[in-house]
Structures are given as C-alpha cells and as structure tokens.
Write a protein that binds this ligand. Structure first.
Ligand code: GLP
Length: 279
C-alpha cells in the first residue's frame, strides 16, 4: 500500500492541468456510454454546472463531433437550479446545459432532466418528489459528475445538509451567493433559493466523480478528503460511498498532506527544497 494515501479517505487522481483531468473524465464517460450501447442499454448520467465542468463538456462535444460518440442512449439528470429563475435567463442552469452541452450533441431532448426554476412555489414539493421518482424510474444514476463549492457544497447542498436529504428547496449560503455573483449583474440579483438533489440522492448513484481545479479549492479538497466526514463539509459525506473518485489538478491538490507535508506520509524525497520547507 502506498503510505501517501493513508491520510486520504477518498481516492484522489491528480492531473497537471484541468484540461488533462477533463479529458480523463470525458474518456471514462465515453467508454461507459459505448459499453452500454453495446448491451443496448440506457446510460444515466448525473450532470453538474458551474465553471468546473465546462472543459469536460467541451471535450464530450469534441468526442461527439470528431469521434462520433453518440448520446442517443443517454438520460441525464442535473443536480440543481436556482429558484426562482426563468429557464431562458443567462444564469439559469437550464440555459447553461443547452449552451455548453446539449445543443451540440445528439441527445434526445426527452431524456434531459433539470430542476425547473419556474415552477410555482406551492408545486415545488411535488416537483422535487417527481424528480426523485424519475431518477428511480430511469434505474438510478449510473455515473454522477460533481463540482465542489468553496464551502464544501455539492449540488447546492450547503453546509448542514443531512446525509438522508433528498431533492428539495434550499436557502443558499451568503458565501455561495457571493461566489456566484459574477454570473449576475450584482449580488442582489443572485437568487436566495435553489432546488437541489439531496445528499442521499447523490449517494445513491452507482459511481461518482468530483472534479476541482485551482488553488481556491485546495483547502476544501483537503477537508473533504482527509478530515472526518461531517455535514459541515457536505462533500466529505462522499466518504460514505464505495465508488467515488476526486479528479483534481495540481493546484487543487496542493493542500493535501502528501503535497503540503509529505514527510508525514513517510513518502518524502529529501530534496534541499523539502528540507527548507520543514525548517
Ligand atoms: C455552484 C453549483 C455546484 C458547483 C459549485 C462550484 O454553485 N451549484 O454544482 O459544483 O457551485 O462552482 P464552480 O465550478 O464554478 O467553482
């Protein structure tokens, strides 16, 4: 066993650049879709939004256009959507998915599912119940793609979200509204609510890949991977799944003990730089 793994409770695959990490994840998705096609089966993907999966979607589009990867057997369920929001609004995750992926591939529009930010308030509970039911009827999510918020949220499951939570309406943390304000004219325009799959919805997926790029994500990646699981860092609850991988770039991996203090893992090359780092 590689001792450098001993601080890590979730397997972490580190790539030099986001592009390389995204290409790796895209290949996994493509191989999975093709394997299902050969068996004449549907492939159910859970998809994420935000800046992180953009390069993944670019690569999937490339695989479709240049390598003839077909999405005809693919069913998708997106993690979340702001509430309330017009589906056509620039910041809506419905629009994001059309622009960044669905408009460029051969998926059947009937197979696309995204929480609806336009639903009337009194219908939200039923909408969420139906969303769970549709996932179940599709046979469950085969592969769920996740990003991670700086506060550890997955989907829009903010700190405090329980391990048994299902698709529901949630109040966004102020830190999330600030982090996402760049998508809106100003912070006051960022919706205060969102509809999100729950932690239990996510944990029921057969396989999960969480992606993270950049040094801003490094502290939360360390917390999610190395500390005890806690509702205060929702991504750490993924430690309770038996087929989850984090795919990160070097910057997002920089706070992991294997990089920050490798002498603690017993796997350290004592270069002059390392000696200086310790003393
Ligand atoms: C958003 C989304 C999440 C996403 C996260 C990180 O608010 N609801 O699904 O993973 O925050 O966003 P980004 O990828 O832009 O860093």
């Amino acid at each position: 066993m590689d001792l450098s793994d001993s601080f890590e409770k979730i397997p972490v695959n580190v790539f030099s650049t986001p592009k390389q990490g995204s290409a790796f994840v895209a290949r996994q998705i493509a191989d999975f879709i093709i394997a299902k096609q050969k068996k004449k089966e549907k492939c159910v993907l859970g998809l994420a939004t935000g800046s992180t999966p953009k390069s993944l979607y670019t690569e999937l589009i490339r695989l479709h256009k240049e390598e003839k990867l077909s999405f005809k057997n693919v069913i998708t369920f997106n993690l979340d959507e702001y509430y309330p929001i017009d589906n056509k609004a620039l910041q809506s995750y419905n629009r994001f998915m059309q622009t960044n992926l669905f408009n460029h591939i051969d998926i059947n529009p009937k197979n696309i599912h995204i929480p609806n930010g336009e639903v009337a308030k009194e219908d939200i509970k039923e909408h969420c119940r139906q969303y769970e039911k549709m996932i179940k009827n599709a046979g469950g999510i085969d592969l769920q793609i996740l990003g991670i918020g700086n506060n550890g949220h997955i989907g829009f499951n903010e700190p405090g979200s329980g391990i048994y939570s299902k698709t529901r309406l949630i109040t966004l943390d102020n830190s999330t509204r600030i982090a996402n304000a760049y998508e809106f004219a100003n912070i006051s325009q960022v919706p205060r609510l969102a509809i999100t799959m729950g932690i239990s919805t996510i944990l029921q997926s057969k396989k999960i890949i969480l992606m993270a790029w950049g040094s801003a994500k490094a502290p939360v990646i360390k917390k999610a991977v190395e500390e005890d699981d806690s509702e205060q860092v929702p991504a750490s609850l993924l430690q309770n799944h038996d087929d989850v991988t984090f795919v990160v770039d070097e910057a997002a991996a920089s706070e992991l003990t294997r990089n920050k203090s490798p002498w603690l893992t017993g796997d350290c090359d004592w270069t002059p730089k390392m000696i200086k780092k310790l003393w």
